[in-house]
Design a protein around this ligand. Structure first.
Ligand code: FPP
Length: 246
């Protein structure tokens, strides 16, 4: 039931306008090959480009990917440092292609804990792609849904204390304006690779009415063809948003 508040893609009728992906399984993919976990993350990063480039073919206007969670700091120092270095390299290496492909990049998550060099690369990439409209790529980096809601609530509370917001006016339209995702539509389809059926603190508020696909494929093996199949089968879902079909 597409409606004004839940439009589907303008490019391909019935396609998900916004797809969010939990890119899981890099570690297992590497272990299966007798390689260190970071080898899997590097393979996973290559997969990101193919999926971003495929978005217009399947009518996907917004793609949000979970690159590093607020909980991922609990991994070994070697893995965390390797991932941070991978993010820096990815941004440096991919900027030109992202610009050429018309991709607008945004980052969500708390930047405070990230190193200055990475923060600068993120800010620069956001600025350099801000006029692009072909694909809206959002990278969740040091992101956690609960952390995001807590930070949003803190900002909202400051506005109340400053007299900018009346507590009686706070409703479910108010909080999203304070979320990191405030300029994005809600995700229509959330995909998690690697056979785990959980959402791991990803887009908790925004996914209230998303459709979910939990697939066995490990992220480095996720292909454009499989992405296309999931987008196509989304068109067959009966989305009612709590209403009854008449
Ligand atoms: C989860 O797999 C994956 C991550 C925590 C990192 C995701 C990062 C990438 C796909 C690479 C780069 C991304 C960008 C944007 C450049 P896991 O390590 O938990 O796998 P496992 O469950 O098999 O151990």
């Amino acid at each position: 039931m597409p409606s004004a508040s839940h439009p589907t893609s303008e490019l391909v009728p019935g396609a998900p306008r916004h797809v969010a992906i939990i890119m899981d399984g890099n570690g297992r993919w590497a272990t299966q090959r007798g390689r260190p976990r970071l080898f899997g993350h590097h393979a996973g990063a290559k997969r990101v480009r193919e999926i971003v480039e495929a978005c217009p073919d399947f009518g996907v206007e917004y793609l949000t990917i979970f690159a590093f969670s607020t909980e991922n700091w609990k991994r070994t120092q070697v893995e965390v440092a390797g991932l941070m270095s991978l993010f820096r390299r990815y941004i440096t290496k991919e900027t030109r292609a992202l610009k050429a492909e018309g991709v607008r990049v945004r980052f969500i998550g708390d930047r405070v804990k990230l190193d200055d060099k990475l923060i600068k690369l993120m800010n620069d990439l956001e600025q350099e792609t801000e006029l692009n409209t072909r694909v809206h790529l959002t990278i969740a980096l040091n992101y956690g849904g609960r952390d995001e809601v807590a930070r949003a609530t803190q900002r909202l509370a400051h506005d109340v204390a400053a007299g900018l917001l009346d507590p009686d006016d706070v409703d479910e339209e108010t909080l999203p304006r304070y979320l990191d995702t405030h300029v994005l539509p809600d995700p229509d389809l959330v995909i998690r690779t690697s056979g785990e059926a959980r959402i791991s603190n990803f887009l908790l508020w925004q996914s209230a009415y998303a459709e979910y696909e939990f697939i066995d494929t490990l992220w480095p093996d996720f292909s454009k063809a499989e992405f296309g199949e999931l987008c196509a089968s989304f068109g067959c879902r009966d989305r009612r948003f709590g209403a009854v079909k008449t």
